[in-house]
Design a protein around this ligand. Structure first.
Ligand SMILES: [Zn+2]
Length: 268
């Protein structure tokens, strides 16, 4: 290995750095390709079709494997990983924890919770089951090969039932296919004009937002506030008489209400 990394920066989370590996895998007909970062604590994987397998997808594969032997095991990940990871781990009987990004923070949370597995979008994977609980990417690669060999399935076959997610540069994840509501400072529950709900999850380094679909403005509030359930608009419930400043007058299904035209006084 040339420690000056003359080919490109050794960061397997950057697609450009994976280009040579993708080409090598597809040209040689390999089943998968494995990349490491400069100090081999982060892993990057390419499947047989030349698609980059992101950190949350690797954690799905490793998590299902660990849970098969250890039902109910705790698995810690971080906010940049997609919601489908946490949903999948729960579906497979795991206790999935979304924690702050950063491998030292994650390791501390794993120790605190007695987790058997941890991992990040960045490719840091921590095995506590059958290993020491630190991020050894060469070992993670060996565990992946073990799973592929034992199941006889390729990486993309192992992930075939996982819903798709879109990964943006910098590992942000957008799911659900809808446009984002306007960003909101301070976190908490917000609802945009079309009634889509978003909740900012508490996180120290990073943030995740989960969007749910509601059919019309106010649906997000119904069921939480009995007066909202009776159809009393939020600004009235708050005690004010008029619309809140800057708010638009909308009909119940969210369309701007037409202003009623006053008849001009007829001249005498
Ligand atoms: Zn590293």
């Amino acid at each position: 290995m040339d420690g000056r990394f003359p080919n490109h920066h050794p960061d397997p989370t950057v697609s450009d750095n994976m280009r040579d590996l993708v080409r090598a895998v597809t040209e040689s007909g390999a089943e998968l390709g494995i990349a490491f970062d400069g100090d081999a604590d982060r892993i990057g994987v390419v499947d047989a079709r030349g698609r980059i397998v992101w950190g949350d997808e690797l954690l799905v594969i490793f998590g299902r494997d660990v849970l098969a032997r250890n039902p109910g095991a705790t698995i810690v990940s971080e906010v940049k990983c997609s919601q489908r990871l946490y949903d999948d781990l729960s579906r497979h009987g795991g206790h999935a924890i979304m924690w702050k990004a950063g491998h030292s923070l994650l390791k501390a949370k794993m120790r605190e919770t007695g987790a058997l597995l941890g991992g990040e979008m960045s490719g840091h994977i921590f095995f506590k089951e059958r290993y020491f609980g630190y991020d050894d990417a060469i070992y993670a690669g060996a565990r992946l090969l073990e799973i592929v060999a034992r199941t006889g399935k390729t990486v993309d076959q192992l992930l075939a039932d996982l819903p798709p997610a879109h990964t943006l540069p910098g590992c942000a994840q957008v799911q659900g296919g809808g446009a984002c509501p306007r960003p909101f400072p301070g976190g908490g529950m917000r609802s945009d004009r079309r009634g889509r709900r978003a909740r900012a999850l508490p996180a120290g380094l990073g943030a995740a937002a989960r969007f749910e679909h509601a059919t019309r403005p106010g649906d997000a509030l119904r069921g939480r506030d009995p007066r909202a359930a009776r159809g009393i608009p939020a600004h009235r419930r708050a005690g004010g008489r008029g619309r809140p400043e800057g708010a638009r007058r909308v009909t119940r299904d969210g369309r701007p209400r037409k202003r009623r035209r006053r008849l001009a006084p007829s001249g005498g």
